[in-house]
Design a binder for this molecule. Structure first.
Ligand code: SF4
Ligand code: SF4
Length: 295
């Protein structure tokens, strides 16, 4: 059983408490308009081509056995259709214009990579976070890895959008110290506009985790003209839960534009960014519901 990992981020400080290593697993059931990890949407491996870095040297042409690279009229051309995402061209590119998103690992292969920073976890009250994409689309892999981490006394976090089968939650609950849980909207129409999917399962799963006394940290991505009208509704919904220890407001940013281009994906990023006043107001409103709002 293997998972397709698009990034292993060491010394992460925004994915739970302390210093952590965060694993990003490919594949997500939602299509958030503001997604800043489009390389995590598809479950399949993908080669990113950063054309602005390419110097048309042709080194990649020489190593590709599938004719996915060519130089035409002195200019590099990449064919995504014929690429088999073997990754051979990445290492020969002198300008880092090629990047492979997606390498498969088993839990046993990952464990030593994660344990090597054990001292940093211990000294900072950190640990390991499994994220994505949506990591719980691969529940058996997550269960095995989380179990191994707990056997090694490592703090564990699962970062989820919640749009998953309840059985997947049941598999990881025994080995997860904290759930980092996205709440994008309470109004279902707003949620569909933001993500392409209903929030019914997401809210049901959040209530389920709460009923199981799981520790939950909420993430509210604040996106003007999408879900900025949801602050009060989110505050009211969360105020009824018993196990929400923290709430974070994540201001939308549009820094991922070049990733969409490099992957030949349609850029769906909203134009309007939140300002400081809007974020401050959202935090104040959430705090007024008795929630522990943190930066
Ligand atoms: S990843 Fe492999 S198949 Fe794809 S372009 Fe590079 S060398 Fe060719
Ligand atoms: S090796 Fe890199 S810089 Fe050279 S042509 Fe290929 S992508 Fe461009």
């Amino acid at each position: 059983m293997k998972a397709n990992i698009f990034e292993i981020k060491h010394f992460a400080v925004h994915d739970g408490d302390g210093i952590r290593t965060t694993l990003f697993i490919k594949g997500c059931p939602l299509k958030c308009a503001w997604c800043h990890n489009p390389e995590g949407l598809s479950v399949k491996s993908e080669l990113a081509f950063l054309s602005h870095k390419c110097i048309n040297c042709g080194e990649c042409v020489n190593v590709c056995n599938f004719n996915a690279h060519s130089i035409l009229d002195g200019k590099h051309v990449y064919s995504r259709k014929t690429c088999m995402t073997c990754g051979d061209c990445v290492d020969v590119c002198p300008e880092d214009a090629l990047k492979l998103y997606g390498i498969t690992y088993s839990a046993d292969e990952l464990l030593p990579l994660l344990l090597k920073d054990k001292d940093f976890y211990k000294n900072s009250n950190g640990g390991v976070t499994i994220s994505g994409g949506e990591c719980l689309t691969q529940p058996d892999f997550c269960e095995k890895l989380l179990k191994s981490l707990k056997e090694n006394d490592i703090h564990t976090a699962v970062d989820t959008c919640g749009f998953v089968n309840k059985n997947a939650l049941d598999k990881v609950i025994p080995y997860t110290d904290v759930f980092l849980y996205d709440v994008k909207a309470i109004d279902n129409d707003v949620h569909i506009k933001c993500t392409g999917q209903s929030n019914k399962i997401i809210l049901e799963n959040l209530l389920y985790l709460d009923s199981k006394n799981c520790k939950i940290e909420i993430r509210y991505p604040y996106v003007p003209n999408y879900n900025d009208t949801e602050v009060d509704k989110i505050g009211e919904f969360l105020s009824k839960l018993k196990n929400v220890t923290k709430v974070k407001v994540l201001p939308y940013h549009n820094l991922a534009g070049s990733k969409y281009t490099s992957l030949d994906l349609k850029n769906t990023l909203p134009f309007v960014l939140p300002n400081d006043e809007q974020i401050l107001h959202a935090k104040k409103v959430l705090s007024s519901y008795g929630l522990n709002v943190v930066d």
